[in-house]
Design a binder for this molecule. Structure first.
Ligand SMILES: Cc1cc2nc3c(=O)[nH]c(=O)nc-3n(C[C@H](O)[C@H](O)[C@H](O)COP(=O)(O)OP(=O)(O)OC[C@H]3O[C@@H](n4cnc5c(N)ncnc54)[C@H](O)[C@@H]3O)c2cc1C
Length: 491
């Protein structure tokens, strides 16, 4: 039996970094607005709660992956535990807990134009109880992948394998890898994190990759921050200065990667060579076919991945999987990799809109048919915004900016006396060329390429573009003209 609906001005979906940030900004910028955060898991943290594999850490620095409003005081690359502590402090210091309901999984969201509100059906995890909420505005902070399970490709012969196959997203607490032969399939940040964490205890760990990834490496310390701390500068200032410095440097790197890719590549290789020496085939194992920055360049703090390889406890094999067999994996080259445990660091299952069944005035929503407004709202979907952060810069930079945008939009609706805002193509936009959510030429991780048909499209002109570029958005989003005719407000 569904109880009577509880109503809020704003309903935030998810209590990860984006949802907690949204709650903070809403409280600061619109203290009169009533809101609730619904989270399906038993606690906050999202990504940083879900992933518990050994060594789990950020690959972005926490000055920019942390919020702009709360200084980060530890080393730039942080463990999940440190990130959870930081998020816990944000909740406690701002009294956000009273707004968050855990174990509340939203299963459907229906918009009614007559009532100018959303109705959400919710299942309580612990009891299975069905609840109903209504809200004027839906703030989607559900991330982009399914938390319950990761993506594992279909390989031939997995049923013949006598060992254990584990996905990092569902890491068994009691997995015993001591003195075992472990193969980690994958080349991204997760594999790069797991290898040095497993290496000391297992017999040997092999990173098996089909194609390599770029890594940068250096000490896990920000020298500018340390210097400012030494002369007793306020932490809030340090945080802001560090953010500006890091973003300035990243911008330079991005431009250099496009203008002089070979030089940048050689610089990345030189840093790795310091750990692995002249004889190691860096080009083969750490030299992708694409130019640097096409995908995130993962940072390896203190070169720990390369130190693991140098110690002999870890190694990299760049080859394709032919099939699994009883003792391990047969490779396309004909070689055999024996394993007791295979870890499939093969990515995510893209999860568009949090597995919530959306309807607009009774019609099921086909999200792919919509066109993105500044990558945050969507044509034909009233009163809804989605936080989709950056992939190459820190996600949170955009989460903070979208929060400002949503608060400004809600203020504008108040001024106009509007109950509904719907992004709508102008007559001149009707025949513009529609493009995929992300340009596969420019950014092409597997989970996005597998799911492009589920994601919204973008146009060929403003404000219908999803630029994935912090340095453009930081000027454009705050200056967005809400009365340019692309947002239709109704009383
Ligand atoms: C291992 C790992 C490391 C990463 N490292 C970095 C990094 O260093 N830098 C970076 O910029 N990005 C990184 N990312 C990307 C990362 O996911 C984001 O940066 C960020 O954590 C996303 O936060 P979020 O709150 O938007 O989404 P999530 O962390 O995915 O949280 C979404 C929350 O919404 C909840 N939810 C979903 N659907 C529903 C529903 N129907 N009902 C109720 N609740 C729901 C989920 O349970 C979850 O708690 C990493 C990702 C992974 C997996």
């Amino acid at each position: 039996m569904t109880a009577t609906a509880e109503h809020f001005d704003v309903l935030i979906v998810g209590a990860g970094i984006s949802g907690i940030g949204g709650a903070y900004h809403l409280g600061q910028q619109r203290p009169e607005t009533s809101y609730v955060v619904l989270e399906s898991q038993a606690g906050f943290g999202g990504t940083w709660r879900t992933h518990t594999y050994p060594g789990i850490r950020s690959d972005s620095d926490l000055h920019t992956f942390g919020y702009r409003f709360k200084p980060w005081r530890n080393a730039p690359i942080a463990s999940a535990e440190e990130i959870m502590t930081y998020l816990g402090e944000v909740i406690e210091e701002n009294d956000l807990d009273r707004h968050i309901r855990y174990e509340h999984a939203i299963t459907s969201a229906s918009w009614s134009s007559d009532d100018a509100r959303w109705t959400l059906e919710v299942t309580r995890g612990s009891t299975g109880e069905q609840l109903r909420f209504t809200a004027n505005f839906l703030w989607m902070c559900q991330g982009y992948y399914r938390h319950s399970e990761g993506y594992t490709p279909d390989w031939e012969g997995t049923e013949d394998f006598a060992g254990q196959i584990v996905h990092p997203q569902t890491w068994p607490d009691d997995l015993d890898y001591a003195d075992k032969n472990v193969v980690v399939i994958g080349s991204g940040a997760t594999a790069a994190t797991l290898i040095p964490a497993l290496a000391p205890d297992c017999a040997h760990v092999t990173m098996l990759q089909r194609s390599p990834t770029y890594f940068s490496t250096g000490r896990n310390i920000n020298e500018l921050v340390e210097m400012l701390r030494e002369i007793d500068i306020d932490e809030a200032w340090i945080h802001e200065i560090a953010r500006r410095r890091i973003l300035f440097d990243q911008n330079q790197f991005m431009h250099r990667a496009a203008a002089e890719p070979e030089e940048v590549k050689q610089e990345l290789f030189a840093a790795i060579r310091e750990h692995l020496g002249e004889d190691y085939d860096i080009e083969k194992h750490f030299g992708p076919a694409y130019r640097p920055w096409r995908q995130r360049v993962a940072f390896v703090p203190d070169g720990d991945l390369f130190e693991g390889i140098a110690s002999g406890k870890a190694s990299v094999v760049t080859d394709a999987i032919e099939r699994f067999n009883e003792t391990g994996i047969e490779l396309a080259s004909g070689e055999q990799l024996d394993a007791d445990i295979v870890v499939t660091a093969t990515g995510f299952e893209l999860n568009v809109l949090g597995d919530i069944a959306f309807t607009i005035d009774g019609t099921p929503l086909d999200f792919h048919e919509t066109v993105a407004y500044r990558g945050a709202m969507f044509t034909g979907i009233p009163n809804m915004a989605w936080v989709f952060g950056y992939f190459r810069a820190s996600w949170t930079l955009r989460a903070d900016m979208i929060a400002d945008f949503v608060c400004r939009l809600l203020g504008h609706m108040d001024e106009l006396g509007a109950t509904t805002v719907t992004p709508t193509l102008r007559p001149d936009d009707q025949d513009m060329t529609l493009l995929p959510w992300v340009d596969p030429e420019n950014f092409n991780p597997g989970y996005l390429m597998r799911g492009l048909h589920l994601l919204p499209q973008q146009g060929d002109r403003d404000p219908w573009q999803h630029k994935q570029n912090y340095w453009v958005d930081k000027d454009e989003l705050p200056a967005a003209d809400l009365d340019d005719g692309t947002l239709i407000f109704t009383p």
